[in-house]
Ligand binder design. Structure first.
Ligand code: AVJ
Length: 316
């Protein structure tokens, strides 16, 4: 049976995990919905727009860094590059050009977006086996048979790991180690701790693109879970939590508000929030410690001249 694409046909199928996370998250105190649900088609497009914002430094900093250090990555010929959460694959061509792997396995939760970027990539790299896998990379994924005997390079750019709490991040790193196998390498991007004067605008831009990205989650709930949430009763908030070393995104009720989701009633008073994302920022030692806890030995590390973002190469 073929899975229905988002935006295809009249109504999209309700993802039972999305439903459970939203209903549980809205009933919890504090209210919180996992950040991975941002990425429906519209959310993926908005995130793409975020990466081009003047205030959002991570993407352009990491891209320039990858260009610079890619020749230093000595990966065996005939390798398979396995990319986790490759919504856009914007950095991927840089890596593929210098590694020249035999296969590329992009893993992403947003199926149609994934297939579109996989097609574009396959056209640009004619000799390369592009083998997309639609999955939530937090749950175990069997890799395509074709890559079984190949040396593996895991690629986890964008500081996506920053969305996770330390224990979840360690679980994910351990899962990656199991999937990629003994002797595999991992190239991971991690955003560094820096001044809140840089961090906060990166998550609360002047054009309001990040606000639209955050609010799209409510729109998605209304569309996919028969919600009646009034979007104009919420506003985007980005906060630096120094204690936890993270940017937090919230949706704050601007007035008392009552709504339904899947027939269940919810209410919030003005000023209450739904916590929608954590984006952890790492110090040098913390980053390495987390990798080791996840079963990976850091072997090299690179950073941009300002020390804003780091790429770490680790070995299983
Ligand atoms: C895709 C998780 C790396 O945390 O910077 C960007 C997501 N959220 N702006 C990040 C995001 C708001 C992004 N990651």
């Amino acid at each position: 049976m073929r899975k229905q694409e988002p935006g295809e046909g009249e109504a999209s199928l309700t993802d039972p995990h999305f439903r459970a996370d939203v209903l549980t998250g809205l009933a919890a105190r504090p209210r919180a919905i996992p950040a991975r649900w941002f990425y429906d088609r519209r959310g993926s497009e908005l995130f793409e727009a975020i990466t081009r914002l003047p205030e959002y430094y991570p993407t352009r900093t990491e891209t320039a860094l990858l260009e610079r250090i890619c020749p230093d990555l000595d990966v065996t010929a005939g390798a398979a590059v396995v990319e986790f959460g490759s919504g856009s694959s914007a950095k991927t061509p840089i890596l593929l050009r210098c590694i020249e792997p035999a296969a590329y396995v992009p893993i992403d939760i947003s199926g149609d977006f994934l297939r579109q970027s996989a097609r574009d990539l396959a056209a640009d790299f004619p000799g390369l086996a592009v083998l997309p896998v639609e999955a939530d990379f937090l749950r175990p994924v069997p890799l395509p048979e074709q890559v079984a005997g190949m040396p593996k390079l895991g690629f986890f750019p964008g500081s996506t790991i920053g969305n996770m709490d330390a224990y979840q991040a360690v679980d994910l790193l351990r899962a990656m180690r199991v999937w990629l196998g003994e002797g595999a390498k991992l190239l991971i991007g991690m955003d560094r701790v820096k001044s809140p004067d840089i961090l906060v605008p990166a998550y609360d831009d002047a054009q309001g693109v990040t606000a639209a990205f955050n609010l799209n989650l409510l729109d998605r709930i209304n569309r996919e879970l028969a919600g009646s949430i009034p979007l104009d009763a919420f506003r985007h908030r980005a906060i630096w939590n120094d204690e936890a070393s993270r940017i937090e995104m919230h949706l704050e009720a601007t007035s008392d508000v009552a709504f339904e989701v899947e027939g269940r009633p919810f209410s919030m008073t003005a000023g209450e929030t739904i916590h929608t994302e954590n984006s952890h920022k790492y110090g040098e030692r913390g980053a390495r410690l987390m990798l080791r806890a996840g079963g990976w030995t850091p072997v090299r590390e690179w950073t941009d001249p300002q020390g804003w973002f780091s790429l770490i190469l680790a070995e299983a």
